[in-house]
Design a protein around this ligand. Structure first.
Ligand code: SF4
Ligand code: SF4
Length: 447
């Protein structure tokens, strides 16, 4: 299969990055790539999907990665995985000799080794310029589950209709399960044996970057985890805090110790990302030094400053991200430099995952969530029209129409960036709105 046929297949199958913000994969692939990096770092605590998938579907994932390397004319493919995932590594070693263009790279057990810019530096020694994308240094980074989706599209003709999700925390049976896209968090918690505590909040995504959601929230093409925590857990209290509170706290207690900056993974790679300067400017109403604000443009939302570095429980990440969004919507872009000087103490400032788990108060929940790869059945799905970067999908179905799993229900608007969306179960279209398409399995009623 040549590059253009592969891109078309990936686009037709609705494949987006399954491990991040959901960038459409057909746009990410690039014939100028020298190296394709398989991101199997699984850097956020508690999530287990990628290392489990590569352990179970090793041959499929390596075959698919090899296809990407060959069709893009890249020099090689690098499988980047943390050294602690011994079972997955054994399985990779059983097959890798069959793929001369692929090599294995073991990552330290630190956070955030799965951040694209960090991962590219760890595996190739190149620093992606601030505000640039990986292809600027000849790299394309693809998540392990995304590559499995490419395998299923190319070799089995399947569109993306399901998602692997780790369900962990206050549930009776922590598990990694495969569910139709659009399955509600409520149904997923039932599949994990139900709640082990009554008063809980739910995080969709990892503990560092995930967001609090309701039990009605549907799984999307990018959902990697559902983490159930007590309502008064420190992580929940941190996540429900808001900007006015963050600013008041900065004004009263920021000591300008600079730990947020000194441990910032982007700063350590030489990017000018200095959260302590923004904190100082906000605390003291400084408007004369605009660089204190534009520093936010290089923030990747990893949360190290806020969840780990700051000893005063302040929220530099939240303020950096809010400032970044405002600057970007005003058309202000980051300026890239020619070269970057990586900090000489970078490796001494790695954040060990185990210590991070302790700091987040998650040690109790850091248990194995065994994978069950049989596709679960559900009565109803709500498929969001925005579950990828770009324009929302344009619905192609109407109420009361019957659909089969794999049918196209929404397309990419003409001339826009986006991804095709498919029905994830057989059933009847119950509702179509500007936000989502709901499908009910034939003959099923709400419980
Ligand atoms: S780590 Fe906390 S106290 Fe120190 S400079 Fe940053 S925000 Fe201020
Ligand atoms: S969230 Fe904090 S630590 Fe992470 S990149 Fe942004 S400023 Fe740096």
């Amino acid at each position: 299969m040549n590059f253009h046929e592969l891109k078309q297949k990936i686009s037709d199958s609705g494949i987006v990055g399954a491990g991040g913000a959901g960038f459409p994969t057909h746009i990410k692939l690039n014939e100028n790539a020298e190296t394709i990096i398989l991101n199997c770092a699984e850097c956020e605590p508690l999530i287990q999907v990628d290392q489990q998938l590569i352990g179970v579907y090793t041959k499929e994932i390596l075959t698919s990665l090899n296809l990407l390397v060959e069709s893009m004319g890249a020099k090689n493919g690098i499988i980047a995985i943390k050294e602690k995932y011994k079972n997955a590594i054994t399985s990779i070693n059983d097959y890798i000799d069959q793929y001369p263009l692929l090599k294995l790279h073991l990552l330290p057990n630190v956070y955030p080794s799965g951040d694209e810019v960090v991962l590219i530096y760890e595996t190739t020694g190149k620093v992606v310029p601030k505000g640039s994308i990986p292809i600027s240094v000849g790299a394309v980074v693809v998540n392990a589950e995304t590559v499995l989706n490419i395998y299923e599209a190319v070799y089995q003709g399947k569109a993306v209709t399901s998602k692997y999700v780790t369900v962990i925390g206050e549930v009776n049976n922590p598990i990694t399960i495969r569910v139709p896209i659009g399955t509600s968090v409520r149904d997923i918690i039932k599949m994990a044996g139900g709640l082990s505590l009554e008063d809980v909040e739910i995080i969709m995504g990892g503990p560092m970057t995930g967001k609090i959601v309701s039990k009605n929230a549907p799984v999307t093409k990018t959902t990697k985890a559902i983490i159930v925590l007590p309502k008064d857990h420190q992580l929940i209290l941190k996540k429900i805090s808001n900007t006015p509170v963050h600013i008041k706290k900065v004004m009263s207690v920021c000591s300008q110790c600079r730990m947020c900056t000194d441990l910032c993974p982007r700063n350590l790679l030489g990017h000018k990302v200095e959260p302590h300067k923004l904190m100082n400017a906000l605390a003291n109403g400084i408007t004369s030094d605009l660089t204190a604000y534009t520093t936010a443009l290089g923030c990747c939302d990893c949360g190290v400053c806020e969840m780990y570095a700051c000893h005063h429980d302040l929220s530099p990440r939240s303020l950096m991200m809010e400032c970044k969004q405002k600057l970007l919507s005003a058309g202000i872009k980051p300026e890239a430099k020619e070269s970057y000087k990586v900090h000489s103490a970078r490796e001494n400032r790695y954040i060990p995952s185990k210590r991070l788990v302790q700091r987040l108060g998650l040690s109790k929940y850091d248990v194995e969530a065994k994978i069950d790869n049989t596709l679960k059945e559900v009565n109803k799905v709500e498929i969001l029209l925005t579950q990828h970067i770009g324009a929302p999908g344009m619905p192609q179905v109407e109420k009361e129409v019957e659909v089969k799993k794999g049918d196209i229900v929404a397309v990419i608007p003409e001339g826009k960036l986006g991804s095709i969306i498919h029905a994830s179960i057989d059933g009847i279209i119950e509702n179509v709105s500007g936000r989502s398409i709901t499908i009910r399995a034939r003959g099923e009623q709400d419980e």
